[in-house]
Design a protein around this ligand. Structure first.
Ligand code: NAD
Length: 316
């Protein structure tokens, strides 16, 4: 599995990252044994990056990931773990007090002494000025205390990144995690890549399958896309299937093609999905992407290209 550098952190992440939100049962129930086996196979296949949050499944994802990582029985420095703070089942709270307490609780659930990356989770739901003036400084203290090695911010609207990065001291935000903005139906993150690179910030792109839109089985009930976007993605999936191709493989490969993106973080809930996503990366390396299938899917999705949905409390 190809490793790519994460901004100025010195970390090298596998180009496919393991998104552990499904381990919180947010895309359907996942038995513990299946979760443990999925993490093991992912690690054995070269995936070294695992992302979770106290929000996923109301702390279930962190607990399950913690058990699965412990079951690996390998030295701590062989895998990279990111978790988040500020978003919880109970709501949002980016105060210094809460995020400082939150990391201690996350570390207990993960059974770890430190995480590699601690990210403010979905900052568009808080005050961005609080993130700049209170949350990031609190995370700096946690970094100094050895609770996290690096600091990140996550969210859906892309303008949150420039807002924060233009206002914090250089080097205080190491990583951004953007989601649903670098997949076949929406590639708007691309325009921000030169800016992020100029800031030396590591780039994690999550949800290459657009949170289930680009799958044969379709998205979960809670998916926020418009009916128009959902049906276009279903039509694209059906078109691929008719030709014996798989929309999810194509979508993974599309996201992996851009090497400015350090890791493509895909949500995984089974051994089968580890195999499918690892195979997609390997086949991309050996044979490239199926250009014909990509052109067909892009044509179907063209009327809804870059369509997104509202998120957060900021005016944008
Ligand atoms: P995704 O686009 O990765 O889609 C996940 C869905 O696709 C799940 O139902 C999964 O079981 C399924 N799937 C995975 N591989 C498949 C395959 N090969 N074929 C068919 N179906 C497959 O969306 P996601 O899980 O929301 O995002 C990935 C990860 O990124 C999350 O788990 C989380 O760690 C992170 N993330 C973070 C934020 C944030 O910080 N705000 C937001 C979104 C995602």
């Amino acid at each position: 599995m190809e490793l790519r550098p994460l901004g100025n952190t010195g970390l090298h992440l596998s180009c496919v990252g393991f998104g552990a939100s499904p381990l919180g049962n947010v895309f359907g129930d996942v038995p513990l044994e299946e979760a443990i086996a999925s993490v093991r196979l992912a690690f054995q296949s070269g995936i070294n990056f695992f992302d979770t949050s106290p929000y996923y499944g109301g702390t279930v994802s962190e607990k399950v990931l913690g058990k699965a990582l412990k079951a690996l029985g390998v030295p701590r420095n062989e895998y990279i773990v990111s978790t988040k703070c500020g978003r919880y089942k109970e709501g949002f709270d980016f105060s210094a007090e809460t995020v400082t307490r939150s990391i201690e609780e996350s570390l207990q659930r993960l059974q770890l002494d430190y995480v590699d990356i601690l990210q403010c989770h979905d900052i568009e739901f808080g005050s961005l000025d609080q993130i700049v003036n209170e949350t990031i400084p609190a995370l700096q203290k946690l970094k100094e205390a050895g609770k996290t090695r690096f600091i990140g911010i996550t969210g859906l609207p892309l303008n949150i990144y420039t807002y924060v990065l233009d206002r914090v001291p250089p080097g205080s935000v190491d990583v951004i995690l953007s989601y649903c903005h670098y997949s076949i139906n929406d590639s708007t993150l691309e325009d921000l890549l030169p800016y992020l690179k100029s800031k030396g910030v590591g780039i994690i792109s999550a949800s290459p399958l657009a949170m289930g839109l680009l799958t044969e089985s379709g998205p979960p009930q809670w998916h926020p896309a418009s009916p128009e976007l959902k049906s276009a993605c279903q039509a694209a999936a059906a078109c691929c299937k008719k030709k014996g191709k798989n929309i999810s493989k194509l979508a993974m490969q599309y996201s992996l093609l851009n090497k400015d993106i350090t890791t493509v973080l895909v949500g995984i809930k089974s051994v089968e999905q580890v195999e499918q996503n690892v195979t997609a990366a390997r086949e991309l390396e050996s044979s490239g992407i199926d250009q014909e299938a990509l052109a067909e899917v892009e044509a179907i999705l063209n009327p809804v290209k870059n369509q997104t949905w509202p998120s957060g409390i900021q005016k944008s």
